[in-house]
Ligand binder design. Structure first.
Ligand code: TYM
Length: 326
């Protein structure tokens, strides 16, 4: 029996952080054996923030690709590729844009949030259509599963709506893809908000050990715990949230000690920094190995795009036939 298909992607708006790793990438590494897997670097999506600084994109694309592989994606098992290398995504996006009501897009929470944060008089057409392009990314491979963090669930819902509408209008072509979440579907940043490149609250996979330790020292903890012996409230503490990922076996003890006022925040942070660095060390090493092989990354991305394109072209033949566009 052939394997079910999986697609996911990340924007090359910068280098990847712990939220990207624990919310999605770790899952990808686990799932690559089980599914026919496609992992995209969505450079067209990144234009919604980098349209005036496109010169930054090639460097970011490289860094994201390196992070994917350093985290454990194996190009022998899955396709790793750049969205703009497979033009079929753009064609399907255009066709979907004709059947997607504006009202659906105006309701998408990420759009509403961005529009408010940017405080622009008028946002770009591309920003509103962002989830339509994402639907095309997923459906051009007829992917059944999409491993992502919690913030992507509204986009997945829209993808299913687009698939249903297409199938209703032109006949059954697309599956309705399902999201796959990790246990850490929303990793907090150093300030307690969602970890994000745009909030300046992130620990990056490419940060060296000293930077990681420095950042952990600045993380927000329980504001009511002022002295070492004050009882703490781990539920609202960033350091504890990260301990639950990186100090799993000790998390119960950490929680008990914190509540009982038997553990100070400084020691607690040092323990976390140590465990985080231990977890990131193998990634740092693989990153160095990859950088030492000239041309390797380019080869991986070229071959990934070829594999992806073959599937995308088959889907587009079906789509054009269904829509009488041959
Ligand atoms: P992006 O680039 O913002 O994020 C990439 C992945 O990382 C997850 N993530 C998090 N998970 C947990 N905690 C966090 N703090 C955190 N921050 C980010 C995201 O949920 C995501 O899984 N729209 C997508 C990119 C995209 C895509 C696709 C994804 C374009 N086409 C097709 C899947 C399928 C995005 O902006 O991800």
């Amino acid at each position: 029996m052939s394997k079910a298909r999986l697609l996911s992607g990340m924007q090359p708006t910068g280098v990847l952080h712990l939220g990207n790793l624990e919310g999605a990438l770790r899952n990808w590494v686990q799932l690559q054996d089980q599914y026919d897997s496609y992992f995209c670097i969505v450079d067209w999506h990144a234009l919604t923030t980098l349209a005036e600084r496109t010169e930054e994109i090639p460097h970011n694309v490289r860094e994201v690709a390196i992070d994917y592989i350093a985290a454990g994606l194996d190009p022998e098992k899955c396709a790793i590729f750049v969205q703009s290398h497979v033009k079929e995504h753009a064609e399907l996006h255009l066709l979907f844009s004709m059947i997607t009501p504006l009202g659906w897009l105006e309701r998408v929470p990420t759009y509403k949030e961005k529009r408010e944060n940017l405080q622009l008089e008028s946002v770009s057409y591309g920003l509103l259509g962002y989830p339509v392009l994402q639907a095309a990314d997923i459906l051009v491979y007829k992917a059944q599963v999409v491993p992502v963090g919690e913030d992507q669930l509204p986009h997945l819902e829209l993808t299913r709506e687009v698939a249903r509408r297409f199938n209703y209008l032109y006949g059954e072509v697309f599956p309705e893809p399902q999201a796959l979440l990790t246990p850490a579907a929303r990793v907090p940043g150093l300030d307690g908000r969602k970890m994000s490149k745009s909030y300046n609250n992130a620990i990056y996979l490419s940060d060296d050990a000293q930077t990681v330790t420095q950042k952990v020292k600045q993380a927000f903890t329980d504001p009511q715990k002022v002295r070492k012996n004050d009882p703490g409230h781990p539920e609202g503490c960033v350091v504890f949230a990260l301990h639950q990922i990186y100090s799993k076996d000790d998390a119960a003890t950490i929680e008990t000690e914190c509540r009982a006022g038997q553990r100070g925040c400084v020691d607690c942070k040092m323990q976390l920094a140590g465990n985080l660095n231990t977890a990131l060390d193998p990634l740092r090493q693989r990153r160095q190995e990859l950088l030492a092989k000239a041309g390797e990354l380019e080869r991986i991305l070229r071959e990934g795009a070829e594999k992806a394109r073959a599937v995308a072209q088959e889907t587009m033949k079906e789509v054009r036939a269904a829509m009488h566009l041959e």
